[in-house]
Design a protein around this ligand. Structure first.
Ligand code: SF4
Length: 389
């Protein structure tokens, strides 16, 4: 399937021919971590590029600046930066997603490791009228910093245009997610991950056109037998397609709570608001991520709703070692499952470091988990049969 293969190809590398072509025409590319208002970068006439470490195989250089009890995502990213793998970027925007990412900014700034535009964007951890006001000031400061450094003008009109383009991407991805509710779904979780990685490393126009083509190509596609175990995966940072393939060896991931997943597309920016900065401030603080304080009940409810809507048979919580946000959230999810009031389904917890394999162990644990799901399904059938009679 041509378009899906294109997405898979783009997802495997840091740089790609679409970025190369844009750069050859003088377009700037700005890297960013986590969820920052990429519309501001687009309104500056530049391409937003979400940072990843898909080509990374080591952290030896990154570990010169980081301790090994830091999260392996920023450690791999810094290693790639020091290897010159992101030299095609004209700037880097870091946000206060966690202390590990914040440390990357410090290392780049005070270690003089980043060659050009470097910016730290403070995104609130809580949503209040004051935090939204503060975030609007932050977004405007970011806008000004881009304008001054690159000598460009970022108008309200251009921001509104960028919001409309990004909302279109989110809607197209939303259509893709709707297909996952089917049994069998025409697309696997590993393919969705590839699409998300690709869409955040392409000019948005290319991403949108490719998504439209893909949606038409998926009609009637069969990738897994009907009735296969359906899984939901919730995780902090996950970018490894081979890891998702391993999870899906005898099952299919039909729903997720991932950075490169539903957290990227859920919640459109309100295009009816007069002030686009206001609209951006609300949208980018509404993302159900454990860094957001006071959003715990919403996050549990969202996971529970997704399990039901996508008819998932089991939940996998996967967290990177030393990620405090997700270690705490994982613990809370385990508690909820134990109580069985707000969340009730088989749960598998996996902890690992980025790109570190351990495939054998994960495989065994997945197999045991799928058996648990099968048993539970059989019990349901026998209970239902019993009831029936
Ligand atoms: S996975 Fe956790 S610790 Fe690592 S960068 Fe993301 S939020 Fe930070």
């Amino acid at each position: 399937m041509e378009t899906l293969d294109l997405f898979k190809e783009i997802a495997q590398t840091n740089y790609n021919r679409y970025l190369e072509e844009a750069k050859s025409k003088g377009t700037k590319i700005i890297g960013y971590f986590c969820n920052i208002p990429e519309e501001i970068i687009m309104a500056a006439g530049m391409i937003p590029y979400r940072m990843r470490a898909v080509e990374s195989t080591k952290t030896t250089l990154g570990d010169i600046w980081y301790s090994t009890i830091n999260c392996s995502f920023p450690r791999n990213c810094l290693d790639q930066i020091l290897e010159g793998k992101f030299n095609f970027l004209d700037g880097l925007v870091v946000m206060n997603s966690c202390d590990h990412i914040r440390r990357l900014y410090d290392n780049c700034k005070y270690g003089d490791l980043w060659p050009n535009f470097l910016y730290m964007l403070a995104v609130p951890h809580v949503v209040t009228p004051e935090s939204i006001r503060q975030f609007k000031r932050e977004i405007n400061r970011f806008r000004l910093a881009l304008e001054e450094h690159f000598n460009v003008s970022i108008t309200q009109e251009k921001i509104k245009e960028a919001i409309s383009t990004c909302n279109h991407t989110r809607k197209l991805l939303g259509e893709l997610y709707e297909l996952r509710k089917q049994d069998p779904p025409p697309i696997k979780g590993a393919e969705i991950l590839a699409i998300m990685l690709a869409c955040t490393a392409l000019p948005k126009e290319v991403a949108n056109a490719s998504l439209e083509t893909l949606l038409s190509e998926l009609n009637g596609r069969v990738v897994i037998p009907k009735g296969s175990p359906r899984l939901m995966i919730a995780a902090g940072y996950l970018e490894e397609i081979d890891y998702m393939d391993l999870i899906e060896k005898d099952a299919v991931v039909v729903a997720d709570s991932l950075c490169y997943g539903v957290r990227y597309l859920r919640n459109l920016v309100d295009e009816n608001k007069d002030d686009p900065i206001d609209a951006l401030a609300y949208r980018y603080t509404s993302i159900a991520c454990p860094r957001m304080i006071e959003s715990y009940d919403d996050r549990i409810e969202t996971i529970n709703n997704d399990i039901k809507e996508y008819n998932a048979d089991g939940l996998i919580v996967d967290n990177l070692k030393f990620c405090l946000h997700w270690q705490v959230f994982r613990f809370m999810i385990e508690n909820e499952i134990e109580k069985g009031e707000r969340l009730s389904c088989p749960l598998l917890v996996l902890e690992r470091e980025l790109h570190t394999g351990a495939q054998g162990q994960v495989k065994t644990r997945i197999q045991a988990f799928l058996e648990q799901i099968h048993d539970r399904k059989d019990q349901k059938v026998s209970t239902h049969e019993a009831f029936k009679y």
